[in-house]
Write a protein that binds this ligand. Sequence first.
Ligand SMILES: [Zn+2]
Length: 427
Amino acid sequence: MKAVAAALGLIALPLAAAKVSYKGYQAIHIDTADDLAHQGVAKALKGLNYVNLGCGGESDHSGFDIAVAPDSLSAFKKLGLESKIVREDIGADIDAEGDITPYVSMRKDNGSGALPDIAYFDSYHDFEGHLQFLKDLSAAFPDNSEIFSAGDSVEGRPLQGIHIWGSGGAGSKPAIIWHATVHAREWITAPTVEYMAYKLIEGYQNGDETPKATLDNYDFYIIPVVNPDGFVYTQTEDRMWRKNRQERDGARCVGTDVNRNWPHKWDVDGGSSPDPCAETYRGEEPGDTPENAALRNHTQAVGEANGIKFYVDWHSFSQLILLPYGYSCSAEADNIDQQMKLAGGVAEAIKGVNGLNFAYGPTCETIYQTAGGSNDWVFDIAGAELAWAFELRPQGGGSGGFAIPPDNIVPSGEENWAGMLNLFAAF
Ligand SMILES: [Zn+2]
């Protein structure tokens, strides 16, 4: 799946008055050999009631997955496209995610500096729960962490993060920056980075070698939910919502893809969409979402202070480690050999935990062209040494896609933490 894939056929569902039901929606993988084939498919799908689930090739990442509504299934079959059903009922997958568990505070012993209860990772939580968990985490490491906000979303929610440092004191070392949940429906990403933040602090407090050395040498800035409005919307209205919740004059559809909005190579043809109804809508102007402005200003400030060693934008799903560049398949990062070597080590370490395969390589070659993506901006403009995007478990829509049961959270955290430890040891 290549250039046009990101720009075509990504029509969002109309706004629904009540919570959207995905009962009976089938996830279908469509094979597309090349751009031309993909364009044909996108045209053929016009008029059908479906949601684009993105690039979902089970092994070779060719083609893409869509979720087709029950009332459009027979029309889809009549198209005779080369495709296969990978998931029978997305509504059932969403049910299997379980209830959103309220989290007030699960600290074992308020005030004593104890880490929050690890049972937090047994279920999915609402936005307030994520805010509180991060505060509890910081309270457990009071001399070496602080809560910050990079800025506010369209609807005024904070892009809250935790800043964690080691023996050098706050803000004295090059940065490691992690962002998650820019795409609202990618629920596994926030608890995965929160789990790793937990492990970093726990490891440091235990005197474990790699967490200790890494935190003494780098300042961590971790924002688990960078698209809070979209995230809240997935829990109250539409589980498969991807974009932010920005309304625009004259536009029929709501929402901009904040990860097509970064002001660098923003309008490269084929890597995003100028259509406000598309899932990859890039915005009217480069960087014109409040969320992007907040993330950009924070990242720039941190980079200017002490440099950026490593940036990750955490996504799901497909099990991939994506390196610069997204905007072009011919442009090559100057340190691509080093980045590939390190990514290979990370993939090996991830596999060693639960046996999952994570493919890796430059974004454009590995999945498709993306314009205005975070890692290109952070690499070229903010000058990060390593600027990656991860696509977490599962590998394909056949394993549940965006909606996977909460018993995936701890394994996802464990395998990616092993990957990070491998990387940190190689710094
Ligand atoms: Zn994503």
